[in-house]
Unconditional design. Sequence first.
Length: 393
Amino acid sequence: MFNFIYHTPTQVVFGKGAEEQTGALVKGQGCKKALLHYGGGSVVRSGLLGRIKASLDQAGVAYVELGGVVPNPRLSLVYQSIELCKKEGVDFILAVGGGSVIDSSKAIAYGLAEEADVWELYDRARRAKACLPVGVVLTIAAAGSEMSNSSVITKDEGGIKRGYNDDICRPRFAVMDPELTVTLPPYQTASGCVDILMHTMERYFTPNGTMELTDSLAEGLMRTVMKNAVILRDDPQNYDARAEIMWAGSLSHNGLTGCGSDGGDWACHGLEHEMGGMFDVTHGAGLAAVWGSWARYVYRDCLDRFVRFAVNVMGVAEAGTPEETALAGIEAMEDFYRSIAMPTCFSELGISPTREQMVTMAHMLHIASGGKKGAAKVLREADFLKIYEMANH
């Protein structure tokens, strides 16, 4: 195992009706004025936004609001929000939504805390020195951004999708009511489940610095997500399953399932970010579409981990050669994806990238990753292209 720092400062308020405490939680941060940041009309139609406003009013918290966040959140809205917040004297960002809204809120918080262009953080030109406080009312169990140190933003010009990680952006609190996720379309629920799984798998598939306890926590989380994803496929109203998935989403990306490791692989996330930037696909579905191709490309270089995954997570009986067991585990995971209507290749995702587009995505990932990516197997530009080609059927 490697040395590690486990930093999780986010206060979690979890359960039915938890959003009613939002006003008191924001007031407790001592802010003068909050930005109420959200996405589309669902938070309005559901009445959630109205309840949040009532809670803020009751607590005597001043606020200004700005919606319009879309999946793969755009830099242009971040800029617009920063200007609004400067004009209004905002000193706290309240995100009401899922990962896209939270990531947009974190970017706004970075941009307000320093005079420099916030995109420089995502473009790896500098590190942040400050960040305004962020709070979250979570409506989608998926990204884990409500407890994580990461955010991902897409630059409108060129569709460049980039992430930035820094502990100073971790939300001060996360309000999590599983009932708020009940109205999600099945596709979004399933995509969220894949995203949660992948946040743990990215940390799991590494040959270095593993710990038995961390591995066991990761394996238990993955089994729990898969079990409850199937329950929600058949019974979308199941509160207990919603709660299991929502809590797993937070634990999968707050660092817990990577304690002691070398940081994880993250090649699939890199591959998907370029797909998301070019084709604007749903993140979890994009991850599912590329995972099997990535796994078959790298498994021989991380064979012990793939065998353990097959046996301990997918329930594969260890028989034959280790390679056969590993491949059976990969196939079992793809079968699971299909069982919840998630894609396992580009055509099932609904995209048909040309050779030129795949070359472009591979080159963009080469630039974004500094020339290499991965821990299960170190990948470079030619490898990225081969994985895209494998997934393009």
